[in-house]
Ligand binder design. Structure first.
Ligand code: SF4
Length: 79
């Protein structure tokens, strides 16, 4: 279980930095949730800044499945 469960969406998001190759598809999908850091690796800005469905879309669109989403019980809901 990674970060704390978010206040509104009740999810936790983890980016596998070893997998992410930094093209930013997730940032394009939900720019309020993800950003690229100075190593061109995705980071989570705010897990509550978009609806859960949009965040799951972003995770599903990640070509390398680097975005892992957990529910509030700690169960992995994606991938
Ligand atoms: S879509 Fe995946 S590989 Fe691309 S920046 Fe986001 S986490 Fe990294």
């Amino acid at each position: 279980m990674p970060a704390e469960v978010s206040a509104r969406n009740r999810i936790a998001i983890e980016v596998d930095r070893a997998l992410c190759y930094g093209f930013g598809d997730c940032v394009d999908t939900v720019p309020a949730v993800f950003a690229l850091d100075d190593e061109d690796t995705a980071i989570v800005l705010d897990p509550d800044a978009a609806p859960v469905d949009d965040i799951l879309d972003a995770a599903q669109n990640c070509p390398v499945d680097a975005i892992v989403v957990y529910d509030e019980g700690g169960d992995q809901i994606y991938p």
